[in-house]
Design a protein around this ligand. Structure first.
Ligand SMILES: Nc1ncnc2c1ncn2[C@@H]1O[C@H](COP(=O)(O)OP(=O)(O)OP(=O)(O)O)[C@@H](O)[C@H]1O
Ligand SMILES: [Mg+2]
Length: 244
């Protein structure tokens, strides 16, 4: 579903992503972990076509992102690390805007939107102005809006920030259900429990390089470690190696 071949990104003379190669099969929840500044958001912006790589190739569902950007974006849903919304719109107006943008404003999609408003418990706010929403409510609105065109790929940067425990639980279950019904999910997170609970495969990036990748069991290598312990150990080893 996703292939990245030796993708690099530099900001001036700082190389933020240093040759990322990944292959992610369909129908899975893929977790992208790493310390602050490791290159997660930079990678995600390249994967969603927001920012071109300095070099390397990206394929979504077999299509080159450079050669078929509109097709790739049509089948992708994207939730950025901060909930960017038009604050002066009411929530439902924002939803209609998104549906129009994807040329998808029909009864089925509207029904799906109503369903997600209920699922995320923000039904009461549907016809209210977004600038009065809390951070978590905006986050829920952005998440639900990213799903209305039934993307084959959902890319979500730090999904849990601002969500209350019920919202987080709902989202974790939704990730699983979506993956099981055909949506590949690529998420970055600092919440180790979320990654451990919902991700089929995990990659850890540090200073622009992938330093570990696999299923939870593969990462554990027979040891009885939590993901948090593994994360701290792997990123610490990297620091020590670079220091030596
Ligand atoms: N627009 C930019 N201009 C210059 N440098 C940038 C820019 N965006 C990110 N960087 C740098 O690139 C590196 C990777 O940043 P990135 O935002 O991808 O990290 P991240 O893994 O998402 O971190 P976090 O966990 O804090 O969200 C950092 O060193 C950061 O300072
Ligand atoms: Mg980030």
């Amino acid at each position: 579903m996703i292939r990245l071949d030796n993708v690099k990104k530099s900001y001036g003379d700082h190389q933020a992503v240093k040759g990322l190669s990944l292959e992610i099969a369909p129908n899975q929840v893929f977790g992208f972990l790493g310390p602050n500044g490791a290159g997660k958001t930079t990678s995600i912006k390249m994967l969603t076509g927001i920012m071109p790589p300095s070099s390397g190739e990206i394929y979504i569902d077999g299509c080159s992102l450079v050669q078929n950007p509109i097709h790739c974006k049509t089948i992708t849903g994207y939730v950025p690390d901060r909930p960017y919304v038009y604050e002066k719109l009411k929530a439902w107006e924002f939803v209609e805007f998104i549906l129009d943008l994807y040329q998808n404003n029909n009864k089925n999609s509207q029904d799906l939107a109503h369903y997600y408003f209920e699922l995320f418990k923000i039904d009461d706010a549907k016809y209210k102005i977004i600038e009065d929403f809390s951070h978590g409510m905006k986050q829920k609105l952005v998440i639900l809006s990213s799903l209305l065109h039934r993307p084959k790929l959902l890319v979500i940067d730090e999904p849990m920030v601002g969500l209350d425990p019920r919202g987080a639980k709902t989202l974790k279950k939704l990730f699983r259900d979506l993956a099981d019904s055909g949506t590949t999910i690529f998420l970055s997170t600092h919440t180790m429990a979320v990654a451990q609970e919902v991700c089929d495969n995990i990659a850890i990036i540090n200073k622009g390089n992938i330093v570990a990748q696999g299923t939870m069991d593969e990462l554990r290598q027979g040891q009885d470690h939590s993901l948090e312990q593994l994360f701290l150990q792997i990123t610490e080893e990297e620091l020590l190696e670079q220091g030596s």
